[in-house]
Design a protein around this ligand. Structure first.
Ligand code: GRG
Length: 310
């Protein structure tokens, strides 16, 4: 089982915040997913497939990053949670697509049958499309309802634009396409960095930017936050690959990929990958210098993700 994130070595303050964010996100996701206009139709298999993809027990790492980054700038917590839910929807969509037979061909996710195994490939693809649509829909609605506890319109548009970049040709979809087009012979270090910066780093960057934008951060502060998240995202992917290398689904809740995937662990070996994750985390910590003590929990978060055991 993949959740919750392993925070056993963290301070009580970080463990408490992670548990709080996870509970708030899990409580908020069901109503955000359905949306006000949705009328349940018992003939339609899509809502239950979509709910399962989103509500199965994930670690909710990306919403935690939205909140931790937002807290540096004292952004309002309810806005951070809703923005984190939008990120989590894109993340859930990416997991469903990643597991498809034409992609990683995985049969287990979060310790359960992958969505295409449980609900069929067609419903899995449609659930991913639904999650992606709702992510953008809920940000747009938050902008429309700015006066009723939503997100100020210009900030909502900013988030929509950043999430679009992180999803498409600058992010997830492009990273996955490059991954599929890469084998052992052309998996250079640069290429691996591009793949993982897009597949994993882009959504970490969007999460941290979401928090910063909602807190009214200035351009130089946004750059610092972006550099932190890019490094943490790459380190997170390397640790994920190290956990998967152990060979069973116990650590990540995901079954091993059938074809060899291009990873840093294959490229530089386990010890090299550990060193790389440590160096990236160090770069991330250096990016936080301008924020002083206000970024203490973000610092701890990076170290916790580097040291996690699941
Ligand atoms: C959805 C626009 C869009 C495109 C999808 C299939 C694809 C394109 C991209 C694959 C992205 C992917 C699955 C990258 C791996 C990132 C990663 C390390 C996932 C595991 O994240 P955790 O550990 O998972 O946070 P939980 O289950 O805890 O949520």
């Amino acid at each position: 089982m993949a959740a919750p994130v392993d925070s056993s070595a963290s301070s009580p303050a970080l463990s408490h915040l992670l548990a709080e964010v996870r509970a708030a996100v899990d409580a908020r996701l069901p109503s955000l997913l359905a949306g006000d206009a949705h009328v349940p139709d018992p003939r339609d298999p899509l809502p239950s497939a979509t709910r399962e993809a989103l509500l199965s027990p994930g670690k909710r790492v990306r919403p935690a990053l939205v909140v931790l980054a937002g807290d540096v700038f004292e952004a309002p917590r309810p806005r951070l949670i809703d923005a984190g839910c939008a990120i989590e929807m894109v993340h859930a969509a990416s997991l469903v697509l990643d597991d498809l037979p034409s992609m990683d061909d995985a049969t287990l996710r979060r310790g359960r049958p992958a969505l295409h195994v449980a609900h069929g490939e067609g419903n899995a693809i449609l659930a991913a499309v639904t999650l992606l649509s709702r992510a953008f829909g809920l940000l747009a609605e938050a902008g429309l309802h700015a006066r009723r506890g939503g997100i100020p319109g210009s900030a909502a548009l900013d988030l929509v634009s950043r999430l679009a970049d992180a999803s498409g040709l600058l992010g997830l979809a492009s990273g996955q396409a490059l991954d599929l087009a890469t084998d052992e012979t052309d998996a250079t270090f640069d290429r691996l960095e591009t793949i993982h910066a897009r597949k994993t780093g882009a959504l970490f960057v969007a999460s941290a930017e979401f928090g910063a934008v909602l807190g009214g951060a200035r351009q130089n502060e946004l750059s610092a936050v972006r550099s932190y998240a890019r490094n943490v995202g790459l380190a997170f992917q390397i640790v994920d690959d190290l956990l998967e290398t152990r060979g069973d689904a116990g650590e990540t809740g995901k079954s091993a990929r059938r074809a060899p995937a291009p990873t840093f662990v294959r490229h530089v070996g386990e010890a090299g990958a550990r060193t790389l994750a440590a160096e990236l985390t160090q770069h991330a910590l250096e990016s936080l210098k301008p924020f002083g003590k206000k970024a203490e929990l973000l610092r701890e978060f990076a170290e916790m993700l580097r040291d996690r055991k699941r």
